[in-house]
Design a protein around this ligand. Structure first.
Ligand code: NAP
Length: 293
């Protein structure tokens, strides 16, 4: 393996260690950072994400409150719970586990979250603040990706970053953050309308795959020495495993690791960073609330 492995698990742990004293300082002021989680339905992947987030909160001495609604709960009932969280002073961060059931407008539910508690950074107010560079909660996955790029040691100023994917929660915010003056990358965004994907990815000094397409990025699509960040989490059939499936990213890891300069694994790369940046934002939100008290 030529590439340096970007160990998201270890970096996430380092960041969490740094959050510990901040949680203790809040405790001394009688405040426990609280994350409220709303889970609608019983999608197994969503349940496991929520469980991981709650466990991470507990390990750091934070509080998490979980509310579950049945998949049939309508938009009004979901928004009602969001408003309860908005009004609860012990809640500093609100997380709506996506996706929501069909027929429920995610946009309307997300818009109901108070921007002061929007630790996912998904509300239009926070997105707007991010775009114009005002203080805001940065969306957790893009924020985690930036930290991983920083850890890779690659110089971002002047680098060509190629983002494969343009979703509202990963690709678009990532492109915005990479183009910020403080990061100063030149950014190309690819999507299903991109004519020759490989032509773009091969020119990337920093390549971020967030397409949700298993092993889309092959070795011949990567510039030698590039920093490759794999956001994708995909279940593929694998009858050699007891559960019948395994997780793969959007990058063909085994082949790309011999070409890239640095690379994130799946699992153990971006995933742990996403959860950690959620804790980071929740602690920050609690500190802001303490400052207002
Ligand atoms: P999404 O909403 O489905 O968006 C996927 C994006 O990729 C779309 O913009 C789509 O283009 C583009 N795309 C799909 N296939 C493509 C292809 N063959 N060539 C070029 N572009 C392609 O997905 P998402 O929510 O951003 O998530 C992306 C992946 O990251 C998923 O695997 C998800 O599970 C994972 N994820 C991981 C974490 C983590 O913490 N590790 C967090 C969030 C998401 P169009 O716009 O043209 O359709």
């Amino acid at each position: 393996m030529a590439a340096k492995l970007l160990d998201g698990k270890r970096l996430a742990e380092e960041i969490r260690v740094g959050l510990g004293p901040r949680v203790l300082a809040l405790a001394e002021r009688g405040m426990v950072p609280g994350l409220a989680v709303l889970l609608v339905g019983d999608d197994p992947a969503s349940v496991s994400y929520v469980t991981a987030k709650e466990k991470a909160c507990a390990e750091l001495g934070m509080r998490s409150v979980e509310r579950r609604l049945p998949a049939e709960a309508g938009e009004a009932a979901i928004i009602e719970v969001v408003r309860e969280f908005n009004d609860d002073p012990s809640v500093h961060g609100i997380l709506i586990q996506l996706p929501l059931p069909k027929g429920v407008s995610e946009a309307k539910v997300v818009e109901a979250i108070s921007p002061e508690k929007d630790v996912d950074g998904f509300t239009p107010v926070n997105v707007g603040r991010m775009v114009i560079g005002e203080p805001c909660f940065l969306p957790c996955t893009p924020h985690g990706v930036l930290k991983l790029i920083e850890a890779s040691g690659i110089r971002t100023a002047g680098a060509h970053a190629v983002v494969v994917g343009r979703s509202n929660i990963v690709g678009k915010p990532l492109a915005t953050l990479l183009a910020r003056k403080s990061v100063n990358a030149t950014v190309t965004v690819c999507h299903t309308g991109t004519r020759d994907l490989a032509e773009h990815t091969r020119r990337a000094d920093i390549l971020i795959a967030c397409a949700g397409t298993p092993e889309l990025i092959k070795a011949d699509m990567v510039k030698p020495g590039a920093c490759v960040i794999d956001v994708g989490v995909n279940r593929v059939d694998d009858q050699s495993r007891a559960k019948g499936w395994r997780l793969v990213g959007d990058v063909e890891f085994d082949a790309v690791k011999d070409v890239a300069g640095s690379i994130t694994p799946v699992p153990g790369g971006v995933g742990p960073m996403t959860i950690t940046m959620l804790l980071f934002n929740t602690v920050e939100s609690a500190e802001r609330a303490a400052g207002r008290a």
